[in-house]
Write a protein that binds this ligand. Structure first.
Ligand code: ATP
Ligand code: MG
Length: 351
């Protein structure tokens, strides 16, 4: 049965990229899948977090999930740290993954920057914890933004190596399921999870630099539209968004080599549930001075109801904490069932 897992870090301000690339798609998958949505606080602490701010942001991301339309009764919403099995399986995966695999991860290189010697070990090992988040539920599908593609490939590599290293033990205990690995039919314990990197805006770019993705952790607030920005702030940020001197082209071909223009058109199309072709059909030939106010108006119309709902939900902290507690309890049951089997596959005595 298909099972969806995904997570968002409680690090700073949720933005339009998180919404279009991830949260909006979490909502859409609810009708067709069983879903587990996680506020990944253990990932957040791979870089310094102020403890009080971390608690605030954990509740805020939860409120955003609920405000966007995730149903915590039908699906599972919780924060990662309550379910210890994530960390336990991450350790196992630290022993499965190879240094060389992690050395190739571009997110670590970007986040560690020049001073790599001073990055936390956790930041380096981040992808093994992410693999554990997914595989502790044996999730089959993971909706993420384009930036997480490499980590999802690593998750599949880890699952494959685990299945392979322990294949005879998995067969002896009869805990595997039949699956295809390449053209080979094998009996594996962990599924080879499919990334779902789709939708109209899998990679929303910074408003200040068309070569960088929009990020929570980017210091410049002008680079992103936060879900909680008011109408005036959204208008200002879009007005100040970097563009080239030309107007909008009349077709998609004309966006080639113009990343900032392409980004704004992509955002408009995603928010309007339209396509870039249709947006250019309407605005092609106009100047950005005409397009930007229309984009701002659309962004406000789409985001304000979510922000209002977030505020309403956040006012009831007991309710938000209750959702996380109950979700954590339900998640723990699934995660512990997986770990019982993993412990016996590995030969860890637990009887
Ligand atoms: P940080 O800078 O702290 O890593 P972030 O903005 O990358 O923050 P995450 O919590 O790491 O946010 O990611 C949450 C989800 O949002 C992931 O699925 C990620 O792929 C997606 N996402 C993040 N940024 C973008 C973006 N610019 N466009 C589309 N999706 C994005
Ligand atoms: Mg990120």
């Amino acid at each position: 049965k298909p099972l969806v897992f995904s997570g968002v870090q409680p690090t700073g301000n949720l933005h339009l990229g998180n919404y279009l690339g991830a949260i909006r798609r979490f909502v859409l998958l609810q009708d067709s899948h069983d879903c587990i949505y996680c506020v990944v606080d253990m990932h957040a602490i791979t870089v310094w977090q102020d403890p009080v701010e971390l608690m605030r942001a954990t509740r805020e991301v939860t409120a955003a999930f609920l405000a966007a339309g995730i149903d915590p009764k039908k699906h599972i919403v919780f924060n990662q740290s309550r379910v210890m099995q994530h960390a336990e399986l991450a350790w196992v995966f630290n022993c499965v993954a190879r240094m060389g695999w992690l050395n190739r991860m571009t997110q670590f290189k970007e986040k560690a920057g020049k001073d790599r010697e001073n990055a936390s070990v956790g930041l380096f090992a981040y992808p093994t914890l992410m693999a554990a988040d997914i595989l502790v539920y044996r999730a089959t599908h993971v909706p993420v933004g384009d930036d997480q593609k490499q980590h999802l490939e690593l998750t599949r590599d880890i699952a494959q190596k685990f299945n392979n290293d322990y294949s005879s033990r998995i067969a002896d205990l009869d805990v595997g399921v039949e699956m295809m690995m390449g053209d080979e039919r094998v009996n594996g314990f962990f599924p080879l999870t499919e990334p779902l990197i789709e939708g109209p805006a899998p990679r929303v770019m910074s408003l200040r630099d068309g070569s960088k993705k929009m990020s929570k952790s980017e210091p410049s607030d002008l680079s992103r539209i936060n879900l909680t920005d008011d109408a005036e702030t959204i208008s200002k940020k879009i007005r100040k968004a970097k563009t080239d001197p030309d107007g909008l082209p009349s077709d998609v071909e004309g966006l080639k080599g113009r990343p900032e223009a392409e980004n704004l058109v992509t955002i408009y199309a995603a928010l309007a549930e339209s396509t870039k072709e249709r947006v250019l059909g309407e605005f092609g030939g106009q100047q950005f001075s005409a397009f930007k106010p229309a984009l701002a108006e659309l962004a406000v119309a789409r985001l304000a109801p979510i922000a209002n709902e977030m505020r309403r939900i956040s006012a009831d902290q007991a309710y938000v904490d209750g959702v996380l507690r109950e979700g954590g309890e339900r998640a723990s049951v699934i995660a512990e069932a997986t770990m019982k089997t993993v412990r016996s596959i590995l030969g860890l005595v637990s009887s």
